[in-house]
Design a protein around this ligand. Structure first.
Ligand code: PBG
Length: 325
């Protein structure tokens, strides 16, 4: 016997008020981490061609940016740096006065309560654009660990609350944890880009951060997009090495992994709504092909519904404005 018409699911969809009462997932500014690209110079505010409304900003622009972000209710920013000079070992990444270290100090001075996360990677700083030390045309794992740890220490000493290794070398979380603890920084947390895939969706970011590899690609260290079980092993490994927060990146093509990670791990779970995901929406909206606001909210709600506790997103500020309206 059919249960229809006793069960009518449409009863709870009759008005916006009723719908809002039974809504299972809601977004809040508190869910977001907002990425910033910092460069040398002064008065610089260069819009990234492939990422409308995203800017490369010089240090003098940061205090205002940080205050505006906090005022919208967003708890944290994630910093990427464009160095003055690139070299094979990416020295500016771990220099005490490197661009990100200066940015951390500037933001912490302006808005101490805003959580500052430093992206820990060499690719923006190396002349070859890879995330590790290159020897004989290969990205070498173990010699990279020391530089990654030095970068995390430099950021911690500048005042970062959280460091976020995004290089995908094996053993980096452990190397960073040991390095931080030895240097008297046991309180600084590690947000590990645990399951980071070799993705075409990073295209616009590489323009924003000027970090395109000069040869080859990142498939020998970032994950194969086809692998789900391996992603869980990557997360388990980072957890064992001491990660405080874990991440799946990109988000949209990997929602299954967000939900799987949510089931398998109790750590706070971060999803990175990456540059290409952002640029696709902006491009379609500018062509009049999609309703920007509606699609953006739908995407971010989907990422949260899949199980993310926090979302790194270039949409963070506009969404927080919409939520406030
Ligand atoms: C650096 C890094 C990348 C991103 C975050 N950290 C680029 C890459 O791995 O090539 C991508 C972020 C985005 O696309 O928004 N390793």
């Amino acid at each position: 016997m059919s249960v229809f018409p006793q069960v009518r699911l449409r009863r709870l969809r009759r008005s916006e008020t009723v719908r809002s009462m039974v809504r299972e997932t809601t977004l809040s500014p508190q869910d977001f981490i907002y990425p910033l690209f910092v460069c040398h110079g002064s008065g610089v505010r260069t819009e990234v061609g492939s990422m409308p409304e995203v800017y490369q900003l010089s240090l003098d622009q940061l205090a205002g940016e940080a205050r505006a972000t906090r005022a919208l209710g967003i708890p944290a920013v994630l910093l990427f740096g464009l160095p003055a000079e690139k070299d094979p070992l990416g020295h500016e990444a771990y220099a005490p006065d490197g661009i990100v270290q200066q940015a951390i100090r500037t933001i912490k001075d302006a808005t101490p309560e805003l959580v500052v996360v430093g992206d820990v990677c060499l690719c923006e700083y190396t002349s070859h654009g890879h995330c590790g030390v290159v020897e004989d045309g290969q990205v070498r794992n173990d010699p990279t660990l020391e530089l990654i740890a030095a970068t995390a220490i430099a950021q911690a000493e500048a005042g970062a609350d959280i460091v976020a290794p995004s290089d995908m070398m094996d053993g980096r979380v452990g190397a960073i944890r040991r390095g931080l603890d030895e240097r008297g920084q046991p309180e600084v947390a590690i947000m590990a880009y645990s399951a980071k895939f070799a993705s075409g969706f990073y295209g616009p970011f590489r323009e924003a951060a000027d970090s395109t590899p000069a040869f080859g690609d990142r498939r020998a260290y970032q994950m194969d997009p086809a692998n789900a079980r391996e992603a869980m092993r990557e997360i388990a490994q980072d957890v064992a090495e001491g990660a405080d927060l874990i991440m799946v990146k990109p988000a949209l093509a990997y929602l299954d992994l967000i939900s799987r990670a949510r089931e398998q791990f109790d750590h706070p779970l971060v999803a990175y709504n990456v540059s290409g995901e952002y640029s696709m929406v902006k491009a379609a909206a500018r062509n009049g092909w999609l309703d920007e606001r509606r699609v953006t909210m739908e995407i971010l709600t989907g990422i949260k519904r899949a199980g993310a506790d926090l979302i790194i997103s270039y949409h963070a500020r506009e969404v927080s404005r919409w939520l406030d309206a």
